[in-house]
Write a protein that binds this ligand. Structure first.
Ligand code: ATP
Ligand code: MG
Length: 142
């Protein structure tokens, strides 16, 4: 499922001369496939949008006894502290994203948050301006 979404992003990555490091084992957990696809789509498209040409994105999937963890990391423009508090808000877009030519509504992450919550999971973001961003999503294995 996540693998398929990542595959769809391959050609976009090549266009931006990015490398995508991926370490996906086969991991299964219960959830709504259509909604979960939205999560991967949003997180991957963000990583792509907010990372310069030639950047690197890494996706790491790990499995623990009672939950799975998905880490999506980029070395893009990053988010400052103030922005980090607001990225999950509806319609919020950081200044440097708005001034860039990249489009977007600012809804992506608020949808991601809703879907993650509906699955009983958690998501958090760690970022450094100018250095990159890491999203960690955790889903319980129901
Ligand atoms: P949409 O997803 O609706 O197309 P969007 O990508 O702007 O629009 P969100 O996905 O909700 O909206 O993200 C909100 C804001 O968080 C973005 O506008 C951007 O400022 C910041 N952001 C999100 N992901 C990253 C990232 N990987 N690197 C840097 N900034 C990010
Ligand atoms: Mg987005």
């Amino acid at each position: 499922q996540l693998k398929e979404t990542v595959r769809k992003f391959r050609w976009l990555l090549e266009e931006k001369e990015m490398t995508l490091e991926m370490d996906l084992e086969e991991v299964r957990f219960t959830g709504d496939p259509a909604f979960l696809e939205k999560v991967w789509e949003n997180l991957l498209s963000n990583a792509l949008k907010y990372t310069e040409i030639g950047g690197a994105i890494e996706v790491v999937l790990t499995e623990q006894p009672d939950h799975v963890t998905v880490l999506i990391q980029d070395n893009g423009i990053g988010i400052d502290e103030e922005g980090l508090e607001r990225i999950f808000d509806r319609f919020y877009r950081a200044d440097d994203s708005r001034t860039q030519e990249t489009g977007g509504t600012g809804l992506g992450l608020s949808i991601v948050m809703q879907v993650v919550k509906l699955h009983g999971g958690t998501i958090n973001a760690v970022s450094r301006k100018g250095q990159g961003t890491t999203f960690t999503v955790m889903f319980p294995k129901l």
